[in-house]
Design a protein around this ligand. Structure first.
Ligand code: LLP
Length: 416
């Protein structure tokens, strides 16, 4: 599945107006490429669909935390959902405003909480009563009062991969729906936290919005009950989770329809609505470019060995995720094969595609692994002492390097 900014012209794959093989001839492979137009188009689709509803779009930094991408979104007016002190540091370095930052995550440390309070973030999305106690005590030391939301677990099945489903009672995330009212009452008795928000996030890569809307309805009921109990809820944060199309047959829910339906359901409650989309903003903007190194056959199996591996793109190995793989130059006359596309890492799990029907590739051919803008580079590692790839941002007919390829020196610099 090619993202909206990718198109073949004269049998050559372009990102916006840039031929991808031009980037390869300057930078080599593997290499991540992102389309600024795609990212901004999706951010603006969210923003305009909210229309008159007071809202904040907090881009989930974990999906792709490159400074230039954060800068692009900050300039477009985005807020940010962070899960670590490091992500807050990145947001501020990219010119993002801490006043538009929500801090999620089940294991915030005292240092991270203090760092976020010092920088006056908008709100903590708190995941347990003990975290609330810690936030209150640190806020007291800093002579500050901080906004908190509880992340409430609505106990709804998200219908996605089990590793990225988060909204059931058995998951480590959030507090139990049944305990929410008691926990908010407790929060009211603390003097350095202001419990005026409510949050939830049920999972990621959701192609069916039914479960999120079901969670929304449960949250709206809870808002009513909390308000009736004297908790002044002003904001509802519905997390992220909207999916993208990775393969033929996947139909991604249209952003405007989803947001309009959300606003319609929340309309009578006089709430500010926050969301934390990650994948649906950056996922389709990116490709990972790679080169075929070898063809080989073992037993009955055909392999295409490429120069990108699980250390560059972990999703296939970790979730058996499907990413389409297409050639940078179309050659339909060569026909197709069925093969595993594998990388050089010494692990059987190092595959990018399995039993995939793919163009009849030859060593030297260049490929794009599609829809890798989210949870791609951010999950990359130096396993096998491989260098993490460079990242490039395309904007119209221009492109620039937004992260250089690592060097052998980078591999050891923290060890000497
Ligand atoms: N908010 C919270 C609290 C989250 O935990 C997440 C994602 C998001 C927002 C953003 O969700 P999105 O809109 O991107 O679906 N590595 C996995 C995905 C992990 C998602 C974790 N939480 C993958 O590659 O599929």
């Amino acid at each position: 599945m090619l993202g909206e900014s990718y198109i073949y012209r004269d049998r050559t794959l372009y990102c916006e107006s840039v031929a991808l093989d031009d980037i390869v001839s300057r930078l080599g492979t593997p290499c991540y490429v992102y389309s600024a137009g795609s990212i901004l188009g999706r951010f603006n689709a969210y923003h305009s669909a909210f229309d008159a509803t007071p809202h904040m779009i907090c881009y989930a930094v974990k999906a792709n935390s490159n400074l230039e991408i954060l800068r692009l979104l900050a300039e477009a007016g985005s807020g940010f959902d962070i899960v670590s002190g490091g992500e807050l540091y990145r947001v501020m370095k990219a010119g993002g405003s801490p006043s538009k930052v929500v801090f999620s995550g089940v294991g915030k440390t005292a240092e991270e909480i203090a760092y976020a309070i010092d920088n006056d973030i908008h709100c903590f999305n708190c995941e347990s009563a003990s975290e609330l106690v810690l936030i209150d005590s640190i806020a007291a030391r800093h002579r500050n009062r901080v906004r908190v939301a509880f992340r409430v677990n609505p106990d709804i099945e998200a219908k996605t991969h089990p590793y990225i489903s988060t909204g059931l009672r058995e998951h480590k995330f959030g507090i139990d729906f049944e305990e929410a009212e008691a926990v908010y009452q407790r929060a009211l008795s603390f003097s350095h936290v202001v419990p005026e928000s409510l949050s939830c996030h049920i999972g990621s890569q959701l192609l069916d919005t039914g479960p999120i809307l079901e969670a929304l309805d449960k949250m709206l009921d809870l808002v009513d009950r909390l308000r009736a109990g004297g908790v002044p809820i002003k904001t509802l944060d519905l997390g992220g989770g909207l999916g993208v199309a990775y393969q033929d047959g996947d139909v991604a829910p249209p952003i405007p329809d989803f947001i309009r339906e959300m606003c319609r359901r929340a309309a009578t409650r006089n709430l500010e609505v926050h969301i934390e989309p990650g994948r649906s903003i950056v996922g389709a903007s990116g490709v990972l470019l790679t080169r075929v190194l070898y063809r080989k056959r073992t037993g009955e199996k055909e392999f295409v060995v490429v120069d990108a591996a699980m250390n560059d793109l972990l999703r296939p190995a970790l979730y058996k995720a499907h990413h389409s793989i297409v050639p940078l130059r179309e050659a339909p006359e060569r026909g197709a094969i069925v093969a595993d596309v594998v990388g050089p890492v010494c692990e059987t799990g190092d595959f990018l595609a399995r039993d995939r029907s793919i163009a009849n590739l030859l060593p030297g051919d260049l490929l794009a692994i599609c829809t890798t803008g989210a949870y791609g580079f951010v999950l990359a590692s130096n396993y096998n002492s491989r260098l993490r790839p460079p990242e490039v941002l395309v904007d119209g007919a221009g492109w620039r390097i937004i992260r250089a390829r690592e060097t052998y020196g980078d591999l050891i610099q923290e060890e000497i």
